[in-house]
Design a protein around this ligand. Structure first.
Ligand SMILES: [Cu+2]
Length: 377
């Protein structure tokens, strides 16, 4: 894959998403630059807030932080091409630190390949000792900034300039699929960003096909997810629950299950009921977590405004399906289907399904309408 050398100042708050080789996502305007060397060409782009960029496997890449004080934050989704699950950088430019791969070759080969004596070669490939990230002078930054060169390879797509898929007072969801950004075509990947206002939540939803790798950009998220797989791992279950520090939850679930068994008496064919494990955690700035496909999940912004960035894997034709709120998919069921599925009158089901008037982003548990003992006075 790409070898990377970054010449920059103190790290700047640009977030770079990297897919396959990479997708870039920036949070400040015109403060960073990214160059790709591929084939016999160079493409260099200024990266702006909201830019998503695909960098092909095998590119040589370097980034510049143009900001004086702030840091450049980079998130990459890497898809190794040779060994699945293993990623190694190949440093070409460099010397002793970072070590260039050229130093592994024998001198005779290098002399022949470069048609140059050993001394000249050593002067170039052994001097660098500053590591992978180093300080550039104002003049160097200025010169590099003028070197933008567009092409067809990495041309960024600005996610935040796209109309959000959902937007209200509680949040916004921006999504970039291969339909929006043609470079994503054939890679089965998408990129999205959700802004959730403090105390609000994203409605319970699941992804029909995509597994999401989520990273908290700003703020903290309390998320809950229902998982049927963990609840079947009876042996490891206890350990897992302890791991998540959820003794009380286990007790509650046990009570619930006992209640269910008593209610239904297990008359019908002694069927094993479904059970789900609640996975609950808090993730803050910089934390990464995975939301497997089809798992119902809820994300609540705790205290501060929350921004979450997601890479979707197996994303082609993925749909985000909402399970509560105005666009709740269950509303599409026929009256009879509702009655059969829920075992109560369709009116009662509708009353529940229609009570939430917002879509996608909702007031969070602390903000929910009064009368349930949760509302903040
Ligand atoms: Cu699961």
């Amino acid at each position: 894959m790409a070898s990377m050398a970054s010449a920059h100042r103190p790290l700047l708050p640009i977030l770079l998403l990297i897919i396959f080789a990479s997708v870039a996502f920036s949070f400040q305007s015109g403060e960073g630059m990214i160059s790709i060397l591929y084939g016999e060409k160079r493409e260099s782009y200024e990266i702006r807030q909201g830019d998503v960029m695909m960098i092909p496997s095998g590119s040589i890449m370097y980034q510049v932080n143009k900001h004086q004080k702030e840091s450049l934050r980079i998130a990459m989704l890497l898809c190794p091409v040779s060994l699945p699950g293993h990623f190694e950088e190949f440093m070409q430019a460099g010397g002793q630190r970072p070590e260039t791969f050229w130093n592994s070759f024998s001198h005779e080969i290098l002399e022949a390949a470069f048609n140059a004596p050993r001394e000249r070669f050593e002067r170039v490939f052994q001097k660098q000792r500053k590591g992978e990230i180093f300080k550039a002078s104002d003049e160097q930054i200025k010169a590099l900034s003028k070197s933008t060169k567009e092409g067809k390879l990495g041309k960024p797509f600005n996610l935040l300039k796209k109309r959000p898929s959902f937007s209200n007072n509680h949040g916004q969801l921006f999504e970039a699929t291969s339909g929006d950004y043609s470079q994503l075509k054939g890679h089965d990947v998408d990129v999205s960003i959700a802004n959730i206002s403090s105390g609000s939540m994203m409605a319970p939803n699941y992804n029909s096909r995509a597994t999401k790798i989520a990273m908290v950009v700003e703020g903290c998220v309390d998320f809950e997810m229902a998982c049927p797989h963990l609840s079947h791992e009876s042996g490891e279950e206890e350990e897992k629950e302890r791991e998540w520090g959820r003794e009380e939850e286990r007790e509650r679930r046990w009570e619930r299950e006992r209640g269910r068994e008593r209610e239904h008496g297990r008359e019908i064919g002694e069927e094993e009921g479904h059970s789900y494990q609640l996975v609950r955690s808090r993730a803050c700035r910089g934390d990464v977590f995975v939301i497997p496909a089809s798992h119902p999940v809820v994300a609540v912004a705790s205290r501060d405004n929350l921004q979450i960035l997601c890479f979707g894997i197996r994303a082609e034709d993925n749909r985000k399906i909402f399970l509560a709120g105005k666009n709740n998919v269950l509303k599409q069921m026929e009256k009879e289907a509702k009655e059969l599925a829920f075992g109560t009158s369709a009116t009662e089901v509708d009353q529940l399904l229609n009570a939430q008037s917002e879509s996608a982003f909702l007031p969070g548990p602390g903000k929910s309408r009064g009368g349930h003992g949760h509302a903040i006075k």
